[in-house]
Ligand binder design. Structure first.
Ligand SMILES: *Cc1c(COP(=O)(O)O)cnc(C)c1O
Length: 399
């Protein structure tokens, strides 16, 4: 699939983008107890739970890294360095540039690649493309301070399915070929071929891989494949700052993206402010993620699911099976189904769990029957609460 841009606004003046797009997709994210940091003596946070103070229910998250539920739970170490970062002033462009170098080192990116900490993967997509359109030409970036937050960008997207459609869609106004990674399996042109085609047409190409770690190697695989820009969400499986993302790519394009981003005023990205704490927090999150034992984690996530499975399959008529999506939330999932002995729809079960004393979020299985859950955003012991509550609900509705 693919994209192009119209001529509205100055971004449009610069031409069209070609890229892979897919249907709006569920954005991932999660929640979790922050580190056990010091409580404040009074005011917000004095109880240790500022959400409760506001009357907002915290939930047990068996759905994964859903932005709607707050992404993921930031690692305690990340919270700590973010606090350290918050105690000094620094030049943000200098910090972004140093952070880009550090991230390129951590990820052993190809020569000539860098990275930018953005307000999220969505922010990475926008500033990455804005940079491709303007390069470092100031006259394309500025008109009046903060003008950009008032104007739509006017980029036109052309979706294509086949190589022939791509050939016909590309012209001198095509700015970029965009790929939506999670749609790779469904599309006719796969992720590696898309990068090759972009080379053939001499166009920059971007891959939106926001939710596509694990596996860890995706953090550099797409750069090595030849993508000029790659985006990742900082607040999903990387468990960095929730409002941060990564734009990884060719040094020059990463530099142009920064020129279109906060802290620079009158830029498209001025509303996507990234703080020093997020930038520092992102580096820390990457360090931790790179040093984690990912096989061990996967085993732990699978065991949590099996704990739930053991308990709920004691209820007659209930069965479970396991699957791992190929891409996006590539972690162990469990599908839960039951027969007619239990008079309850998956939607009803999901609702009852959500409104229970422990508010549990478990989704229905989208394209699969029954309920589907994963366990990578659960806090220790929450799998037992899910097992008990779900078994109870299923039993109560058994004939
Ligand atoms: C989550 C997601 C985004 C947005 O990422 P943020 O970090 O929340 O801005 C973009 N694309 C895809 C495919 C996603 O899953």
């Amino acid at each position: 699939m693919n994209i192009t841009s119209s001529r509205r606004g100055f971004l449009g003046l610069l031409g069209a983008i070609t890229g892979a797009l897919a249907a709006p997709h569920k954005l991932s994210a999660a929640k979790s107890p922050g580190p056990q940091s010091a409580q404040t003596e009074s005011g917000s946070g004095k109880s240790g739970n500022p959400y409760q103070e506001l009357g907002v229910t915290t939930v047990i998250n068996a759905e994964g890294t859903m932005t709607m539920l707050g992404g993921s739970l930031i690692r305690p170490e990340v919270e700590l360095v973010m606090a350290q970062a918050s105690r000094h002033f620094v030049s943000i462009p200098e910090l972004e540039s140093a952070a880009g170098k550090r991230i390129a080192q951590l990820l052993k990116l190809p020569v000539g690649y860098s990275a930018l900490v953005t307000s999220g993967a969505a922010g990475a997509i926008q500033s990455g493309l804005a940079g491709i359109l303007t390069a470092d030409n100031e006259s394309f970036m500025h008109r009046n301070p903060f003008d950009h937050q008032l104007r739509a960008t006017g980029v036109k997207l052309i979706e294509i399915e086949t190589r022939e459609q791509l050939r016909r869609a590309v012209n001198e106004r095509t700015a970029m070929m965009h790929f939506t990674n999670f749609a790779s399996a469904a599309g006719q042109i796969k992720v590696d071929e898309w990068a090759k085609l972009a080379k053939q047409y001499s166009l920059p190409c971007m891959n939106d891989a926001a939710a596509d770690t694990p596996p860890l190697s995706h953090l550099w695989d797409y750069s090595n494949m030849g993508y000029d820009l790659v985006t990742f969400s900082g607040g999903k499986a990387l468990r960095g700052p929730q409002c941060a993302g990564l734009l990884i790519g060719r040094e020059e394009l990463v530099h142009y993206a920064l020129l279109n981003n906060s802290p620079y005023e009158d830029t498209l990205g001025r509303g996507q402010k990234v703080g020093k704490e997020e930038i520092i927090g992102m580096i820390k999150a990457l360090e931790l993620y790179l040093n984690e034992d990912h096989d061990l984690l996967t085993k732990e996530w699978q065991q949590r699911l099996e704990t739930v499975s053991r308990q709920i399959t004691k209820v007659p008529g209930v069965s479970t099976s396991f699957f791992t999506p190929d891409i996006a939330n590539h972690v162990p999932h469990m599908q839960i189904v039951w027969d007619a002995k239990i008079s309850l729809t998956p939607q009803q079960a999901s609702q009852i769990l959500r409104s229970g004393q422990h508010s549990i979020v478990i989704g229905t299985g989208e394209d699969r029957p029954g309920l589907a859950m994963n366990s990578f955003m659960l806090q220790p012991g929450e799998e037992n609460i899910i097992a008990e509550q779900l078994a109870k609900v299923l039993r109560e509705h058994s004939a």
